[in-house]
Design a protein around this ligand. Sequence first.
Ligand code: NDP
Ligand code: MG
Length: 390
Amino acid sequence: MTRRLSVFGATGSVGLQTLDLVAREPESYRVVAMTGASNVAQLAADARRLRAQVAVTADDARLGDLRDALAGSGVEAAAGRTAVLEAADRPADWTMSAIVGAAGLEPGLRALRHGGTLALANKESLVCAGPLLRAEAARFGATILPVDSEHSAVFQALAGERRADVEKVTLTASGGGLREWPLERLRDATPEEAGRHPNWDMGQRITVDSASMFNKAMELIEAHALFDLGAHEIDAVIHPQSIVHALVQFRDGGVMAHMGMPDMRHAIGYALHWPERRMLPVERLDLAALGRLDFSAPDPARYPAIALAYDVIRRGGLAGAAFNAAKEAALDLFLGRAIRFTDMAPLVERVMTRLDPRLEADTIGLDMVLEIDEEARRVARSLAEDTAWT
Ligand code: NDP
Ligand code: MG
């Protein structure tokens, strides 16, 4: 059966790896929409190759370039935020959500309305609005499948198990590119230094988030949102080799660990073929050749983002939306060299404190999320301008 498939964030690290798998069996899929932002040449080349119905750049100013690159191909070209949302309105059976940042939330929500499968790499949307996404999926009979490698691992370890039997879920973390740095040097880390990852080849933003462990903080919240886990039921352990992706401990003391070589095409392929398993072109694990696997507890002084995540989980409401936006703003400021690497967590904490009374909410709607998102970014930027904020 040919499945209709769309890829949001098609020009990014996850998007390209998704296209790699899709291109291996072109007869199985009909590509509906592909979206990107700045990288119009890549988007056009892949849209031609995969015969997409429409290719969309989120950047209005690049419409002309995209049109030129697609001339004569039969692929429609469109640009702008509204065009991205319209692309999500085109019916598809399987949609990859791999835009980076909160910009991925609305396309994901729209795609759920087709009642198919939303393969969710965009963890920001779960952090901002997990309950909203799940309610929308339930309303339209859609399935959300995690693509973040740790959450795909948890999902796989939970297959056939009862939620009531789960005692604890542990996510592994590589510790990022600055893991071995002396604590006192961290404040001088540059975006280039924080942007190198020992094991995974990912987009720049998530790579820096790995070094600060804001990525793992986001993933703890993501696990809470996906699997109904309380703060006391989730933790993270440093595992430099990234071979074990997550562990689920059951009430009888048994632990299921998901392992594999670090290659996102495993988690992407699992979501693409679920509930079946198919052959995937990933390197096979050879434990004897690896020799050893190491684990250690994350040092709270090195990774202050982790404690912030537990606070977000306990608070619920709009805390996740504020946290994500403050984190995105702090990351922008660090990448723009306006604040130091070690300023990011204290800045996010300050934003959360400042917005405190407004974060409570029993149910959250899209408008509320977008409003607090904007406010948190504004507060983060204005705090950072004041040199005395720390
Ligand atoms: P990349 O930065 O590599 O790619 C991001 C994609 O989003 C690109 O297609 C980019 O377009 C597009 N994009 C950027 N800004 C916007 C915007 N404002 N509106 C619409 N599209 C936009 O990111 P990754 O692939 O690394 O990550 C994607 C998501 O998956 C993130 O949420 C990340 O946390 C998550 N994830 C990634 C993993 C990985 O291994 N990379 C692992 C687990 C989760 P363009 O490049 O053309 O500008
Ligand atoms: Mg991950």
